[in-house]
Design a protein around this ligand. Structure first.
Ligand SMILES: N[C@@H](CCC(=O)N[C@@H](CS)C(=O)NCC(=O)O)C(=O)O
Length: 210
């Protein structure tokens, strides 16, 4: 019996939750899920009773509380080093960590103007200068990784790793808003959208949660 509990938001819209879910699924452990509705109503007090930062995702493992998506990925990497959460090679690992950290600490315009709606197709918002710059930077990051590591496999760094889990909500946004991509990046996005854990997430998401 595993003692993992994952606290997450509505699957259709909670982009940060998706990352932690993918990371926990990758560990292939049993866990309990607590779903906190963020919309249409959000009981912040109930969430605060579970996790003092008042944010989803939060992973509870025994006495440990981990309340940030990237920290959850790193925690699971520490627990399960055999699961190849990061690339083996030190230079690829540094690269994968850089793009994951860059995404984690930026791209506010993309997040605001193109909110995740995992199961829906939505119209692209007006492309402001800041939004274009966010989208262009994502395309540069992905193109650089795919150019370097396509010979290893279909994911950003060849094999599926934390960088893919971190970028999964962006893949979903590009799918929802039909962002035009090069053939090789569209291939990457299609591969991600058909990953079994992404399909499981989609099957559990409610398209009416918007
Ligand atoms: N840095 C956090 C951000 C988490 C975050 O902002 N989660 C949002 C939902 S996707 C949330 O909990 N919002 C509730 C609130 O801010 O009150 C992470 O990566 O886990």
């Amino acid at each position: 019996m595993s003692n993992f509990t994952l606290i997450i938001g509505n699957k259709n819209i909670s982009s940060w939750s998706l990352r932690a879910y993918l990371a926990l699924k990758h560990a292939d452990v049993t866990y309990q899920e607590i779903l906190i509705s963020l919309r249409p109503s959000f009981d912040k007090e109930a969430l605060l009773r579970l996790t003092p930062a008042g944010k989803v995702p939060t992973l509870i493992h025994g006495d440990h509380l981990i309340w940030d998506s990237l920290a959850i990925c790193e925690y699971l990497n520490d627990l399960y080093p055999q699961k190849a959460y990061w690339p083996d090679d030190i230079s690829m690992r540094a690269h994968a960590r850089c793009v994951s950290a860059e995404l984690h600490s930026g791209f506010a315009t993309l997040r605001t103007l193109m909110p995740m709606a995992f199961c829906n197709s939505l119209q692209m918002p007006e492309i402001t200068e800041d939004l274009k710059s966010d989208i262009d930077r994502i395309i540069d990051i992905w193109t650089d990784a795919r150019d370097k590591y396509a010979h290893i496999g279909p994911y950003l760094f060849g094999n599926y790793c934390i960088a893919d889990m971190m970028f999964a909500p962006v893949v979903s946004r590009f799918n929802t808003y039909q962002v035009a991509l090069s053939e090789k990046l569209q291939h990457y996005c299609n591969h991600m959208m058909s990953h079994p854990h992404m399909i499981a997430w989609r099957d559990e998401a409610d398209p009416l949660d918007l």
